[in-house]
Design a protein around this ligand. Sequence first.
Ligand code: FES
Length: 121
Amino acid sequence: MSDWKTICRVDDIPVLGARRVARPGRTDVAIFRNAEDKVFALLDRCPHKGGPLSQGIVFGESVACPLHNWTIGLADGCAKAPDQGCTQRFSVKVEDGQVHLDLEELNPSAAEAARHAATQA
Ligand code: FES
């Protein structure tokens, strides 16, 4: 079963843009909103040379990397041919206009620690 962490409202993400979710000690996660108000989450690191995808332009269900304009699919995190490579994708749940990310994916060690604490209590 997943633990979900509330991140923000869908309305807090610019349409055709992104918002960064900081993770201490890890690469940020970028959450994107497209024209249909669909929300996607990817590691904020382009599979090409690590460009910040959160600063790219969203179109359809893709984002154009701001550095060299590769097209990355928002649903799978993978570059469109002829480019190759994928970045990590994250599960997203939208409920009542609120965006949630999977706690375990977001911060595997904290989720582990919380479970450990729960079993000790
Ligand atoms: S770093 Fe994204 S296209 Fe090069």
